[in-house]
Write a new protein. Structure first.
Length: 414
């Protein structure tokens, strides 16, 4: 947490590593207010606008100190000056709170906290409360079990001369919930170890561990068997069995195409390709639904299953809905349901007929208001405010300020 007192580090070199605030529990050094201002003044002649740089001041800074900082900035021809006093905001990101952890003495931590200013004390307590609540929620999360009859897929590949069968199990909404790894040409110990590793990963997925964490942890691991991959159209080389498995899961479930050696959009008989290994053009195309849906999951009822992209257009009349088949609106139909025609019932009424029956004519749908956009942004994890540059509701917390994910502009300090 600090470099002060580090062995083999000379004292005259400390100023190279100084930060805006004292580092850690033992650190005493930090950049002075004047050093912040003079660094900005050195860069100001070379830029046309102001500098988005916060000048950090200690908690004991006075009004006179702020006055002197503004005066020095004016004398050095700075175009802007953003002062920030340590502890002046409850949610400040740079806070070295002296609150006891599990391996600390609680009495000493309480005494140190009581000696802090009121504002800094409130910030420390609020961060500790939030940390405890998040830990308790994560610890008490229950296991989300998969349905007894589940869908998924099986991928066969050969990694370094060893066959690997990867099978997945999914929830009803398509999220992955379990994996199975089957191999041969290996001893019983290695095969059992891979099976138990798959069980451990499956339990983690069902308890809420994100698949992204497994991907970051196990991709690029290097051990035998490894080498060229055969049988997988997107992956051509793997440094280990785990590297191959989690590359495949990341491509299939996370759309991490950066981990693929071949772009999935260039795989298949319907793409342009490079003219190599093209399929027989005279062969009848297999039903796309039979390729995408498990025949065993639907108990062999995939012969009349149709997947049609698109949906019902907004504002379509009721007569069109009643007369058109369900498949025309993006629905999947199975068996006799797709063959049974619906009666053509034209129930479209004019405005005069509606008025005669005592009903008012349907009003036009109102457009989305700013409140609707703000509510949608909050549900997606944004703060709910609109960006002053591009107008999108994609602002996220960036320290004590806000940053727009769309255009990258900030609302203040950086």
């Amino acid at each position: 947490m600090t470099l002060e007192g580090a062995p083999f580090l000379k004292t005259e070199h400390y100023n190279v590593f100084d930060c805006a605030n004292p580092c850690g529990r033992l650190g005493k050094r930090y950049l002075s207010v004047e050093s912040h201002i003079r660094m900005m003044a050195a860069a100001q002649p070379f830029i046309s606008g102001a500098i988005s740089k916060t000048i950090n001041m200690p908690n004991e800074a006075t009004v006179e100190d702020c006055k002197n900082a503004y005066m020095l900035s004016w004398r050095l021809a700075l175009k802007a000056n953003a002062l920030y006093r340590d502890g002046s905001k409850l949610s400040q990101p740079l806070n070295s709170a002296l609150i006891a952890d599990e391996d600390e003495d609680a009495d000493d931590a309480v005494e140190a906290m009581m000696a802090m200013p009121a504002v800094a004390k409130a910030a420390a307590l609020s961060e500790k409360i939030v940390e405890r609540i998040i830990e308790r929620v994560e610890r008490n999360r229950e296991r989300e079990r998969l349905p007894d009859r589940r869908k998924g897929y099986t991928q066969k590949a050969v990694v370094g001369g060893h066959k690997v069968y990867l099978r997945t199990g999914e929830y009803h909404d398509g999220r992955i919930g379990e994996i199975f790894i089957d191999m041969h040409k290996e001893g019983a110990a290695f095969r059992s170890l891979m099976n138990n590793f798959a069980i451990a990963v499956s339990l983690g997925l069902q308890y809420g561990v994100p698949l992204e964490e497994y991907v970051e942890a196990f991709t690029f691991t290097r051990f035998e068997p490894a080498g060229f991959v055969q049988g997988n159209e997107a992956i051509k080389n793997a440094t280990s069995i785990l590297d191959y498995v989690f590359r495949e899961l990341a491509i299939s479930y996370l759309q991490r195409f950066d981990l693929a050696h071949v772009d999935p959009s260039e795989i298949g008989n319907t793409v342009l390709g490079k003219g190599e290994a093209q399929s027989d053009l005279g062969a009848p195309a297999q039903n796309a639904a039979q390729q995408a849906v498990s025949k065993g999951l639907l108990r062999s009822k995939t012969d009349k299953l149709m997947l049609i992209s698109g949906g019902m257009a907004a504002g379509a009349p009721v007569s069109a809905v009643a007369s058109a088949p369900a498949a025309a609106y993006g629905l999947a139909t199975i068996g006799a349901t797709a063959l049974k025609p619906e009666p053509n019932m034209d129930v479209t009424l004019t405005e005069a007929e509606l008025a005669k029956m005592g009903f008012a004519s349907p009003a036009a749908q109102p457009g989305r208001t700013a409140a609707d956009k703000r509510a949608e942004a909050i549900m997606k994890g944004y703060v709910g405010d609109s960006c002053g540059e591009c107008g999108n509701f994609t602002l996220v917390r960036n320290g004590t300020c806000l940053k727009c994910d769309t255009c990258g502009s900030t609302t203040g300090c950086s």
